[in-house]
Design a binder for this molecule. Sequence first.
Ligand code: UD1
Ligand code: UDP
Length: 376
Amino acid sequence: MSKKRVLIVFGTRPEAIKMAPLVKEFQKHKEEFETKVCITAQHREMLDQVLAFFEIAPDFDLDLMKPNQNLYGLTADIITNLKPVLENFNPDFVFVHGDTTTTMATSIAAFYAGAKICHVEAGLRTFNMQSPFPEEMNRSVTGVVTNLHFAPTVTSKENLITENKSQQNILVTGNTVIDALFFSVNKVSENGYKDSEIDGLLSLIDDSKKLILVTGHRRENHGQGFINICEALKEIALQHPECQIVYPVHLNPNVQKPVYELLSDITNIKLISPLSYPSFVWLMEKSHIIITDSGGVQEEAPSLGKPVLVMRDTTERPEAVDVGTVRLVGTDKQKIVDEANRLLNNEKAYLEMSQLHNPYGDGKACERIVNFIKNL
Ligand code: UD1
Ligand code: UDP
């Protein structure tokens, strides 16, 4: 029997983190599958960090990132540059992940190529096309052309059913980010594991202070949103000298500029470069509170029992809010400061938000996905 040809495509840091364990799982089944990895490199440095940690060597690298790229050019470049890859490899299945421009453009290209489209992390919705922008559109369009939907939770499956997707084409798997998280925690705890970045963090962090970890990048927060966020962080740092804020700053120039301009000279705020995945997980484990607008961090934090203030007005991840780990605080300066104060000054409020929960799975999502494709 001929092998099924599988092409796994991703382009940004979070897609890479969440697809890496799937690549590894497919690679365990070499008799059944010919698996190839294509990166669009919508991200470059932040993607390469992930590939290095998970030891993945892509078969195709479209190398598309441009400084301060725009959605029009990126979308067009991805579709055009995938054509020869799809025509030459002729995959039976194309796997995409989540809600980035890479996800949406790849699913359209794979549709043109006649491959079966498999969407990992399918069915997340806010039902607001403007928030997150353009991700709600990206995942909705991807959902339209997808043949097999791998939904992380029952809620995401229900969203797909509401959109009349056929029940038999949906599998609830858990989120592959938990597979990645467990892989990372295990690798870092192995005897003999050495990481110079973690050594650097050890000398940066003041262990006598409570650590507040911050990340942010959402497009709808660019401009005034980021100015508010920075002013809130400054206020928190000044009101709480017993805390230290550590902020690995996303490489998007729309983020770098306001953050470095507004927060560089505050002694208990440390601005650093984006961290490799294991270092970031290590830092999450060390942190007291996380303040972020990231999707992936909202999913990882419940499994680490870390309270998260989410600087967004909507979330497609209601499970983390329901279990009590995540609170939406938007980008209003005062609201961010008030909610941080509530956690820093009120032990009961802190304890309520810092319980361990696993709403996003058990770390076996990739095994379920590969078994499903094997049994087709
Ligand atoms: C993208 C995704 C977003 C995802 C986020 C994860 C889209 C439209 N946006 O947003 O859904 O949540 O990634 O981080 O798909 N840059 C670098 N080096 C890097 C990465 C980015 O220099 O390794 C800079 C470049 O100037 C690049 C810019 O950041 O042009 C923007 O990158 P882009 O992928 O378009 O947007 P993100 O804000 O990263
Ligand atoms: N992350 C990382 N290094 C960092 C910051 C975040 O490895 O310096 C990881 C984080 O653990 C999560 C993912 O990157 O798995 C989230 O990426 P991002 O916030 O860029 O995108 P989103 O999840 O919002 O799409």
